[in-house]
Structure formats: C-alpha cells, structure tokens
Design a binder for this molecule. Structure first.
Ligand code: GDP
Ligand code: MG
Length: 590
C-alpha cells in the first residue's frame, strides 16, 4: 500500500517540464505552482518550461518526487563508453563537393565515377542513395551527394559531422561567385579543410591564376605561395586532372589521420531518408564507427528498428558495412531526418525504449522553445556556454557597407568577446543564411535589406535573430549595448539579519507595523526584506519604516526590539519571520 503510494507520487521528467504540465501531473491548479515559483523568486507563466532542478524543488513542496526519466539514454552513454578504446585503424575520407551553380560539381562527380575500378563490373548501374563509394586507383573515397551547402549545414545544425573534406569547385572562366563564397563560409564554420578544384581549364577563356588570386582573399592560399590549401586544375568534360584531384584528396586525408574502430557496434549518421511505397521507411546511413550488420537493433534519431536488409550504392544486397561506407537500411519504425544519429544497441527493448524517450523529448522540446543566441541574450549565452565570440552574418544592399561594418565591428572586439563575421554578401537574407546562422549560433544583420516572408518564417522556426538597420552606426550601437549589458554588474544576495514577529499593530494611513525581536544579525533601514511563514517565502520587498520606540533608526542589532513596516505589504502575522538582505554588487570587468 505505502509502496504504491510512493510510486504514484513520483513524476518522470526528461529535461524540462512546463508549469501547466507539472501542475496537471500533480493534480493541482497551475496557479498554485506559479505562486510557489514566485515564492522561489521565479516569475513564471503557464507555458514556461522548468528545468529539472526547479521542477524538483517545486514538486517537493507538493509532496512529489521528480525523477529524471533518462535511464535508457544513460544506458546508451554507458554503452558508448564501453565501446570506446578499441583498436583504431585508418579509414578512408568522406568528401562533399560544393561550389557555385554550373561550375561543374555534377560533372566532376560523374568524371570521378568513371575512374572507379569497380564500376565496370557492376555495369555502371548506380543507385541514388545520397552518397557513394568510389574505389579509385589512389584509394577509396566516399562522396556525399546531398545537393548544396544548405544540406551540409542543415546536417551540421543537427549536430552531425559527416564530411571530412570539402572539394570546392570553381570554374576557371567564371571565378569566385556568390555560392563559392557561401560554400567557403559553410566549410570554414564547420572547420572542414577545403581542396580546390579549378574546373573547366579546357576553356579558351580559362584563367586559373585569377581564381587563385580571388580565393586568396578568403584565406585559401596554395602551398606554392606559402599557404596550406591544395589546388588542382581539372576539366570534368575532358577528364583532365581528375585522378590528381583524387590523389590530393587522399593527401589531405592523410594529414587528417582519419581512423575508426571497425570492431565495435556501428555508429553513424543518417544522410537521407524517405518512405518507400513497397519497402517502408528507408534511410541511407553513413557508417562512421564499427560495422553495421543485418539483424542488428538500432536507433535512428527518434526511431528504432532492426536491420532487415542493407543495400549498397550499387543496388547490391550486402551483409555488412564498415567505417566510411554509405548503406541503405531497411527496417525503421519511422522516417528519421538527415543528420540524425544512427546507433546500434544491444537489444530490441533498449532500441524501443530509447526511441520512446526521444519521441517524448521531441514533443517536449517542440513546446519549450530553444533559445539561440540573440543580441538580447548575448550576455547569458556567454556566461552559460563560455561564448567567446559573437558571430554575425551580414547582408547589405551595397558592398561598401559590408566592408565598413566589418572593420568597425572588429574594432569593437575585446579580449573577452570577439565579433566575427562568418559570412557576408549583398542582397536579401537567404534561407542558406538562416541555416548557417542556426548551425553556427550566429545572428544576422541586414542593412537596407529585409528578409522575405518565407525566410522570416524559417528564422522564427530556427530561432535565429535577424536585425535590420538603415545605418551601420545603429547596428554597432546595439552590439555595443549588448556587450556592455553583458558587463553590467552582477548582484549577489547576502542575508544580514532575521527578526521574529511578536506582535502586529495597525497604524492608520500607514498600515501594519510588525513588532519584532531581532534574533540574528541586524536589520538595516535600506535593506531588502522577506516575509517568511512556516519557512515559505510569502513576500519579498523593501522596508518602509524601521523604528525603535518612536524614533526612526538606521539599524537595529540582535537582541533588540523594533517596529518594522514592509512597503506594500500589510498581511504580516504574529509568528512570521522577517529576513533582511542586501544585494552586493560583484564587479564585472573586461
Ligand atoms: P553544377 O551545377 O556545378 O553541378 O555544374 P554541372 O556539372 O551541371 O556543369 C554545368 C555545365 O558546365 C554543363 O553544361 C557542363 O557540361 C559544363 N562543364 C562542366 N565541367 C566542365 C569542364 O571541365 N569544361 C567545360 N568546357 N565544361 C564543363
Ligand atoms: Mg549539379
């Protein structure tokens, strides 16, 4: 009997729970929870989400125990730890090809496929599964074939890192264009090295030197010129320089010393997923650690399953897939998202319960809005995440503004926080900007440009802060304010004395005066005051009057009696405790 009661009084919470839900689970009115929170000094609304600690505190007052419902997730963590420490062997690189439209990305990928020694045997039939594996004479490579850097960055915003190296394709007859710049920004933000392919060198008006010069402005400098970026000249059309490009990708990979443990349980990332009419949910998974085998239980994002079949990029059924290999998996309970983690677990029970937990969490987090960095919360974010730079993406109607802002912004930088321009461009704010901002926790500043409705919606959905200004000066002012705001002094509360209410007097026009006895410390006239009843804070405010006999006094020490009036509070009762406190300023310095 007592046991069942004890269990009943327990609430499972994942990471957070909102006020309304907490009240519902305890079977009490939300107002009671809100009042309790106020007593704790937290001003909360019905939909506000409470973290585990706060929920625990509040629930305890109503006789409930909050339990973190993450046991399976913790089990996974333990499993991961266990799987660590195995023998690591070199693995081949995973590459993404990026660049401006029509500069030859697709053509280069096609030309690379033609170098595949295994291609002939399979008769050249390839399946589109979002990635493919090439066995070139210089070594194996996996290409992630998701179109554009939006996909690349979207995956990264989900916490996935699949790409080891970016091949940046720049047409020799066209040079650095908008999407070239974007690709560079995205690769740099992800800290992925770039190998440059100067393509279309067969063309009469090809000018590779110009491409090199233009890329130099972005810090991509060839080794011959003292930099560390590998440049290759290619003609996808004529099949020139392709083998050299692949060799250079391998060189870059060697520098990265890529390794994996193929003996552990598989772990990877979902690259693509969809619902097939006949085959159900299928996902292309890039295996990053371990070996994935048919029949194994797994979790993919919020879904789970058992590997029914594995199909490689040539459409062949395979029994297993090791590190750096893409493979299409059948047997999922739902369609995961690109960028979701894929993880093999010990058994079905674990797979299912983790997926249940995650689905609940997804629902919870859809309710509790995630807060990305914005000028408004810059300070908290810095404290919370030890943020050291404010990343901005700039959009302007004219090029001149961008440069001027860039220079002025870098002057704003201090030792504590640096203003870093991740990407800049002329024209309206794009969806790509939002993806980049979201993945990199950046804010977007626009001068004389406004985002389109669709872009605005995406920004809201991704919680990206877009600020638009007419003049640079105002933008700088706002940033500076946010940085100064962040330096505003912090206050720490210090209790200086406690008094017991032994009598109360009602004074006309003034209100209730508490006849007190100081039991600890002292009460100061200018202190903050808190009214406690049965150890629960019922009011917090300031002292209105402090008197000994008929005289106003500045302070009263332990062992003395005095009269205390509390501003805006007349409901003091005999037996209440009054606690006086001061707020000490803790200096923040740059
Ligand atoms: P993507 O938009 O970057 O994928 O570019 P594509 O691969 O679709 O190529 C765009 C156009 O450029 C096509 O008409 C290709 O035939 C052409 N092209 C691609 N590579 C070369 C090249 O090396 N030389 C020449 N002359 N044309 C090329
Ligand atoms: Mg293409």
């Amino acid at each position: 009997m007592t046991e069942s009661k004890a269990i009943k009084r327990r609430i499972k919470v994942f990471e957070s729970i909102n006020v309304g839900d907490l009240a519902k689970r305890m079977g009490i009115k939300a107002n009671e929870v809100i009042a309790k929170l106020m007593g704790l000094g937290v001003m909360a609304t019905l939909n506000q989400s409470l973290d585990l600690d706060t929920a625990t505190l509040v629930a305890a007052d109503f006789g409930y125990e909050v339990e973190q419902a993450m046991t399976e997730e913790l089990g996974i963590e333990a499993l991961q730890q266990e799987e660590k420490g195995g023998e690591r062997h070199p693995r081949f690189p995973v590459v993404t090809v990026m660049g401006h439209v029509d500069h030859g990305k697709t053509s280069i990928l096609d030309a690379i496929r033609r170098t595949d020694v295994a291609e002939g045997e399979a008769g050249g039939i390839t399946q589109h599964i979002g990635a493919y594996h090439v066995q070139a004479p210089s070594g194996d490579i996996t290409f992630v074939d998701t179109p554009g850097h939006a996909a690349f960055t979207e995956m990264r915003s989900r916490g996935a890192k699949v790409t080891d190296i970016v091949v940046l394709v720049v047409a020799a007859d066209d040079g650095v264009m908008n999407q070239t710049k974007e690709a560079i920004a995205h690769a740099k933000a992800a800290e992925v090295p770039i190998v440059v392919a100067i393509n279309k060198i067969d063309k009469d008006n090809a000018d590779p030197a110009r491409v090199i010069r233009e890329l130099g402005d972005f810090g991509l400098i060839p080794e011959d010129w003292g930099g560390d970026t590998i440049f290759c000249e290619t003609s996808a059309k004529k099949g020139l320089g392709i083998e050299e490009l692949l060799e250079n990708v391998q060189l870059q990979a060697e520098v990265l010393e890529l390794t994996a443990d193929s003996n552990r349980k598989a772990k990877g990332t979902v690259i693509e997923a969809q619902l097939h009419k006949g085959r159900g949910s299928v996902a292309t998974v890039l295996v990053q650690e371990g070996t994935l085998r048919t029949g194994e239980y797994f979790i993919a994002g919020q879904y789970s399953g058992k590997v029914r079949s594995l199909i490689n990029d040539r459409g062949e059924l395979v029994d297993e897939a090791g590190p750096s290999l893409p493979v299409e998996v059948q047997g999922l309970s739902g369609v995961p998202q690109a960028g979701d983690e894929f993880l093999v677990v010990t058994d079905e029970k674990m797979a299912k319960s983790v997926s249940d937990v995650r689905q609940l969490k997804v629902r919870e987090s859809e309710l509790a809005s995630v807060s990305k960095v914005s000028l408004d919360n810059l300070f908290e974010k810095m404290a919370e995440q030890e943020m050291k730079e404010l990343r901005v993406i700039l959009r302007s109607d004219v090029q001149g503004t961008l440069q001027a802002f860039g220079q002025a912004a870098s002057k704003l930088s201090t030792d504590v926080i640096r203003v870093r321009v991740l990407h800049e461009g002329t024209g309206a704010v794009t969806e790509n900007d939002i993806h980049l901002a979201s993945a990199s926790d950046a804010i977007i500043i626009g001068f004389n440009v406004r985002p389109a409705v669709k872009v605005k919606e995406l920004a809201e959905q991704e919680h990206v802060d877009i600020r638009t200004y007419d003049v640079i000066y105002h933008a700088l002012e706002d940033i500076e304010k946010a940085m100064v705001g962040m330096l505003e002094p912090e206050y720490v509360e210090r209790v200086i004395g406690t008094a017991e209410v032994r009598d109360t007097f009602s004074v006309p026009k003034i209100g209730t005066i508490a006849g007190c006895f100081i039991i600890d410390g002292k009460i100061e006239r200018n202190a903050g005051i808190r009214v406690l009843r049965d150890s629960v804070v019922i009011f917090t405010g300031v002292i209105d009057s402090l008197r000994r006999f008929k005289d106003d006094v500045k302070e009263v020490a332990t062992g003395y009696e005095c009269g205390i009036g509390v501003e805006n509070y007349n409901d003091i009762k005999i037996g209440d405790t009054l606690e006086a406190f001061l707020m000490d300023e803790v200096e923040a310095t740059l």
